[in-house]
Structure formats: structure tokens, C-alpha cells
Write a protein that binds this ligand. Structure first.
Ligand SMILES: *Cc1c(COP(=O)(O)O)cnc(C)c1O
Length: 394
């Protein structure tokens, strides 16, 4: 065994950036006596809408999962409806389609970008299809031009799971603003954080209004009640309890101001990984693709794929070797079609989506976050090289 020098503390694969402004704002919120949804949530929604170019409704909620649920319900999807989506995602994407009573229809992904393949989307359209729900994997936009064309041809809604993609853009515009609805997550590993949190964004005022009713018990307060302050209300839908707290928005207000600088920092570190590991790309490993010219990648996560055909070890041995060197890694993702729940409920079989199955065995998420030191990127890259080269097939 070679010596494992260097670190005494585990390097996480992600860590949120929290500035002094965020800390002061949370303290001020605590002192204000108003903890739940109030003025800070309103300010956060305004700031995010402005970042996204104005002319868009932002509905803050308590998770990205809630944003997905409300966007599917708000689009009117339910029993009998099919929604085409990717299996290479976090369970929330498919679960919220199912929670609304609709059926997720998985299609295969591209091995390089891990985004869904537009020609497979076309092949999956049936008379029951109502929507396409793409995930911008790692923060690299899907082919939205092609998906928009398919959606228009078949009268489908496009709902973006943009949980990875705040700060990303493509030729069509900013991720999350390109369909009927976009869903962001502010979980601590995501591009910005509110601790937990999410947002549904839409240019459709009726959808925004419906989401606002659903996110708080299905309750409306009419204009008269608001004007008189009488507190009278009506329950008009089966609603939920998805409201964001002012305590969460206190973080968000200052995080929004950092979206681009945090993204640019992650992009610089991702470029450093490519410089340091580029000679192994396509041989022992496949590095994540850079965005096409003119696009912005949010670099939410840095996902490499091991070229197992060229290695004598599997992914779990590779990750263990990095862990010995005090480097934590992530798994994004184990394809949903390989999971028992979707196999049972949707009849998925492992052979249905060969590219997603291929990627599921090979993906490893390396540490990447805005506060990561360049020396730490160099340390990780060196460890990756060492482990790969030592275990290369001859
Ligand atoms: C994180 C994530 C979600 C869920 O967001 P939460 O805020 O954790 O509820 C949904 N979809 C994708 C692709 C995600 O990465």
C-alpha cells in the first residue's frame, strides 16, 4: 500500500457558502418576532424574480420537492396523464408526478451529458402524454430548443426540474424560465441555499395563483378580507403546508445576490479539474462535458464517470480508496428504473434504459463547492489520478 499523506479532516463533496450578511439577517429575523412567512419571503421572491429577468412569478416554498408537486398539480396533471421524464435524477422528480396521481414515463439519457435524449422523448409520446419534465443534470441545460419543438407539436407542457440549474443558461435563456414552470431547490448542496427551501417560477399568473393557494392548505383570503383585516378565509382546494419561513428567506435574500459569483467560482474550479485530469479523459475516466459556447453551466456537482472497461476495480472500491485519502464523494444518481419501487409500480426493467444503467454504475461525484480551495482541487485530482493509474487494466 502506498502512503496516504495529507489530510486529517474529511473533505466533503459539497458545503454551503454562508456569509456574514446571511448570519446577521437570520439573527435580525429572530429578533423581529416574525419567523414564518412574511416580509423576508416577499423580498426573497422579488429578488429572485429580478435575477431571473423580471416579468416572472416566483412562489417560494419549503423544498424543491414541494415546488415540483405544486407545478405538476398546478398544471392540472393527474390520474390518466403521462409525464415524460429522466430516470437519472433524485426520486423527488418522479415521486411528485406520482403524488399528483399521474404516471412518470422514463426515457433514456445521453451518456455524456446525462440529460434526456429528445429523440427518445418523441418515441415515448402517447395520446395520454401531457408534459415533459426535464432535469438539467449537474446544471448543464437540456436541449430545450428540441424539447420545446416536441412539446409544441404534441401540445405538452414543459416543467423544468431546475434543482441543479440556478445560474445556468442556454441559447433559449435562463434555466427554470424556459417552460410553463420551473422548480428550484435551496437544499444546502444546491447552487444557493436557504437551509431547506425551493421555488416554483412561472410566467403564467393563473399557475402562480393556484400554487399560492395549494401551498397553504388550499385557503384563499378574498380582497374584502384582506382590506378589512377580518381574517375571513375560504378553503377552495386540497392544499398542503409548503410555505417558506422568513428565517429561511433571510438566508435566501443574500444568497440570491451571490448566484453568479458562486457559480463562477465553481466553474473556475471545474476548469481546474479538467486541466489536471484532462489527459485521462476518455481513457480511464470520462470528465463532465463543458457547456456549448454561449451557455452557462451552474456546476452544481462535478460528476465523473469511471471507464470500468479500462479498470480492475469497481466504483465502490474507487470511492473507498478516495475515502481513505479523506475525500468524500457522492452518487448522482442510481437510476430510478433500477429501484425496487419504480420496478414494482411502473414495471421498469433494468434493460429498459441502457445508458442510464451504464451511468448508474460509473458515476462518482467529486468535491466541488465555492469555498473549496484550489489546493484541495489539486489534492483530489492527484488522488483520483493515483487510484485510477494504479488500477488500470494492462
Ligand atoms: C435536490 C433535488 C430535488 C428536490 O429538492 P429538495 O429541495 O431537496 O426537495 C429535486 N430534483 C432534483 C434533480 C434534485 O437534485
Amino acid at each position: 500500500m502506498s502512503e496516504k499523506p495529507g489530510r486529517t479532516e474529511m473533505l466533503p463533496f459539497s458545503r454551503p457558502h454562508i456569509g456574514e450578511e446571511e448570519i446577521a439577517e437570520v439573527v435580525a429575523t429572530l429578533r423581529s418576532g416574525w419567523l414564518t412567512t412574511g416580509p423576508r419571503v416577499e423580498a426573497f421572491e422579488k429578488a429572485l424574480a429580478q435575477y431571473l429577468g423580471g416579468d416572472i412569478h416566483v412562489v417560494a416554498v419549503n423544498s424543491g420537492t414541494a415546488a415540483l408537486h405544486l407545478s405538476v398539480l398546478g398544471t392540472g396533471l393527474g390520474p390518466g396523464d403521462e409525464v415524460i421524464t429522466t430516470p437519472m435524477t433524485w426520486p423527488a422528480t418522479a415521486n411528485m408526478i406520482m403524488a399528483a396521481g399521474a404516471r412518470p414515463v422514463f426515457v433514456d439519457i445521453d451518456r455524456t451529458t446525462l440529460n434526456l435524449l429528445p429523440d427518445r422523448v418523441v418515441g415515448a409520446v402517447t395520446p395520454r402524454t401531457r408534459a415533459i419534465l426535464p432535469v438539467h443534470f449537474a446544471g448543464l441545460c437540456c436541449d430545450m430548443a428540441e424539447l420545446a419543438k416536441i412539446a409544441a407539436e404534441h401540445s405538452l407542457a414543459v416543467i423544468e426540474d431546475a434543482a441543479h440549474a440556478l445560474g445556468a443558461s442556454c441559447s433559449e435563456g435562463k434555466a427554470g424560465t424556459l417552460g410553463l414552470a420551473g422548480c428550484f431547490s435551496f437544499h444546502p448542496t444546491k447552487p444557493i441555499t436557504t437551509g431547506e427551501g425551493g421555488a416554483l417560477v412561472t410566467r403564467d399568473p393563473a399557475l402562480a395563483e393556484k400554487a399560492r393557494i395549494l401551498l397553504f392548505h388550499g385557503v384563499t383570503r378574498g380582497a374584502r378580507s384582506r382590506a378589512s383585516g377580518s381574517g375571513e378565509y375560504e378553503v377552495v382546494e386540497l392544499g398542503f403546508k409548503y410555505n417558506m419561513l422568513d428565517l429561511q428567506a433571510a438566508l435566501g435574500i443574500h444568497q440570491v445576490a451571490r448566484i453568479d459569483t458562486l457559480r463562477d467560482r465553481r466553474a473556475a474550479l471545474a476548469a481546474r479539474y479538467r486541466e489536471l485530469l484532462g489527459d485521462l479523459d476518455g481513457d480511464l475516466v470520462f470528465l463532465p462535458p463543458d457547456p456549448p459556447p454561449g451557455w452557462l453551466h451552474s456546476w452544481h456537482i462535478y460528476v465523473i464517470k469511471l471507464n470500468l472497461e479500462r479498470l480492475t476495480i469497481d466504483r465502490s472500491a474507487f470511492r473507498a480508496a478516495l475515502r481513505e485519502r479523506m475525500i468524500a464523494t457522492g452518487l448522482h444518481y442510481l437510476s430510478l428504473h433500477l429501484q425496487p419501487f419504480y420496478q414494482r409500480e411502473l414495471g421498469c426493467r433494468p434493460e429498459d434504459f441502457p445508458n442510464a444503467a451504464w451511468a448508474s454504475e460509473r458515476v462518482v461525484t467529486l468535491p466541488l463547492f465555492a469555498d473549496m480551495a484550489e489546493e484541495d482541487v489539486a489534492y483530489v485530482a492527484e488522488a483520483v489520478r493515483e487510484v485510477l493509474v494504479a488500477n488500470a487494466r494492462r
